[in-house]
Write a protein that binds this ligand. Structure first.
Ligand code: BG6
Ligand code: MG
Length: 230
């Protein structure tokens, strides 16, 4: 049995409702460029870096864009997104997050952020969680975004635990895949709820307790993978 000693949280869509702001910002940009874009398209961008997200959106465009145009579009999306973030406050922390973090702390667990976002620092400041985590690894620290396991491996390394003692909480399919590729257990929430390869699933952190998800002490690679849907 491998005991979970550390929990790595994705940020957008797990800790805070910024995933909706990402959608709104991409939607505005796509509308300006007359590119079809809806919430189903948006789900493919979860966990994916800014430039890779743009590349996915441009798959539906009828024209091609130069590298300079793409840089300009990504910067424009980020400007719209940063404008939306100005209204961010602790009220945007998602249900169950605060009590989960507190319960994990009381158990002596280490906690980290593992995010693809380059805006993680200001977001954590705005929601009042900047000093809560033992490690924050984000898009500024990695060269390959999810589904590559780099972000989670680095977070585990910074906390000083091997992969098999870490559990990841993710709302993105790409993030679930990244956690599994890192050899970690994964709790799938939000739009990843029910992911067929997740160690366990829940609607959100308000519908599962640390007592329940810390039992996810079975390596995802073992045949006897525990798959509990709550
Ligand atoms: C991830 C989001 O957390 O960060 C993605 O799920 C986003 O949708 C990615 O594209 C990069 O974010 P940012 O803030 O660097 O543009
Ligand atoms: Mg996310």
């Amino acid at each position: 049995m491998k005991k979970i000693k550390a929990v790595i949280f994705d940020l957008d869509g797990v800790i805070v409702s910024t995933d909706e702001y990402h959608f709104q910002a991409w939607k505005q940009l796509a509308d300006e460029e007359r590119i079809p874009f809806d919430r189903n398209d948006n789900d493919r961008l979860r966990g994916v870096s800014r430039m890779e997200s743009l590349a996915i959106i441009l798959q539906k465009s009828s024209r091609t864009y130069s590298a300079a145009e793409k840089q300009k579009m990504a910067a424009r999306k980020n400007d719209i997104y940063r404008e939306l973030l100005k209204g961010l406050s602790p009220a945007d922390v998602l249900p169950g997050v605060t009590s989960t973090l507190q319960a994990l702390r009381e158990r002596g667990m280490k906690i980290a952020i593992g995010s693809s976002s380059k805006n993680a620092g200001p977001i954590l400041q705005a929601i009042g969680l900047a000093d809560v985590f033992d490690a924050v690894v984000d898009g500024n620290h990695i060269s390959r975004s999810k589904p590559d396991p780099e972000v989670f491996r680095l977070a585990a390394q910074r906390m000083g635990f091997p992969s098999e003692q870490c559990l990841v909480v993710e709302d993105a399919d790409a993030g679930v895949e990244a956690a599994l590729a890192a050899g970690m257990s994964v709790l799938a929430v939000g739009s990843a709820n029910g992911h067929p390869h997740a160690t366990l699933s829940s609607q959100d952190l308000a519908h599962i307790t640390p007592d329940e998800f810390l039992l996810a002490n079975v390596s995802p690679t073992e045949e006897s993978r525990a798959s509990i849907t709550i």
